[in-house]
Design a protein around this ligand. Structure first.
Ligand code: AMP
Ligand code: ZN
Length: 278
């Protein structure tokens, strides 16, 4: 019953926001963790139950750090158990070494990793014919991103706080977030039941660098959980308001093409090339 309710919420999100359509080729960005596994599972179930004709492909970026091999094996297992084709992009094989880039640019590994992942999660699937990229971002993530952006007076992202971020550029994939209306705990409960392995966040060797950030995020999660307990339905109402609000912040700005790699960017040279250019 609980599972039906969980999947029901996700199916409603997929249908209401037209996250997938017939003939789509959806790449699901898989980190190995519970959230992206839940997104893959739910999309697969949706496809089967609604008898739709779209393609689902797992996409994993092997970050080439200590422990990455283990994570990659887990992602491979997830896709094998779900009968989904997997494409792996191996950073080391492509000549990118995260810790070396971080050292050279004097930036934390986690921030370098974020830039590189965002860039490749668009470029590689697009080159392989994807029409959309799905991620495991969930409702709690959205609420915390939102509040952090508001407090930091950074309004430039608010236009993207919705279940589907439509592409406004030929080279930019439409991003979909099927888990927009479910939370991290529900995802965990859901995936625990299937015996499909998944990775704990702390497996990343750079987890220590991010510890403070995680602690802060967890505090925010608790605050939103408490508000939800006090006022059932609070999270859903706020998420719906955020979606409405995002309409007022949609960027009209046309993206440029990076002078080095030609990928879409709002600066002359994209963040990825600025990092990896020697
Ligand atoms: P994060 O930014 O690490 O919280 O991850 C957000 C989303 O990005 C996850 O839910 C996944 O969909 C995707 N993702 C994170 N890491 C990877 C990875 N190594 N390979 C592919 N997708 C990833
Ligand atoms: Zn570039």
């Amino acid at each position: 019953m609980a599972q039906n309710n969980y999947l029901g919420k996700i199916f409603k999100t997929i249908e209401k926001y037209k996250l997938v359509e017939n003939n789509d080729k959806v790449f699901v960005a898989l980190s190995g963790g519970k959230d992206s596994l839940a997104a893959l599972f739910a999309l697969k179930k949706f496809k089967e139950e609604k008898n739709l004709n779209f393609e689902l492909i797992g996409f994993h970026i092997d970050l080439g750090t200590v422990g990455s091999e283990k994570i990659r094996e887990i992602v491979e297992k997830q896709c094998e158990l779900l009968g989904v084709k997997l494409i792996v992009f191996d950073l080391n094989k492509e000549g990118i070494n995260l810790s070396e880039v971080a050292k050279r640019k004097r930036r934390p590994v986690c921030s370098v990793c974020g830039v590189i992942k965002r860039y490749l999660m668009n470029k590689i699937p697009r080159e392989l014919g994807a029409t959309k990229i799905a991620t495991g971002h969930h409702g709690d993530d959205m609420l915390v991103f939102f509040i952090k952006n508001i407090l930091g007076m950074n309004f430039s992202w608010i236009g993207k706080f919705k279940p589907k971020v439509e592409s406004n550029n030929q080279k930019l994939l439409t991003k979909i977030r099927p888990l927009f209306f479910v939370g991290r705990r529900e995802n965990e409960e859901f995936v625990k039941g299937f015996g499909i392995p998944y990775v704990q966040e702390s497996l990343c060797i750079y987890f220590k660098d991010k510890q403070r950030l995680y602690e802060k995020t967890n505090k925010w999660y608790d605050i939103f959980d408490n508000l939800e307990n006090e006022m059932p339905g609070f999270k859903e109402r706020l998420l719906n308001s955020i979606i409405k609000m995002s309409e007022y912040f949609e960027s009209e700005e046309e993206l440029k093409s990076c002078k080095v790699c030609g990928e879409p960017t709002n600066t002359e040279i994209c963040a990825f090339c600025r990092l990896t250019w020697k």
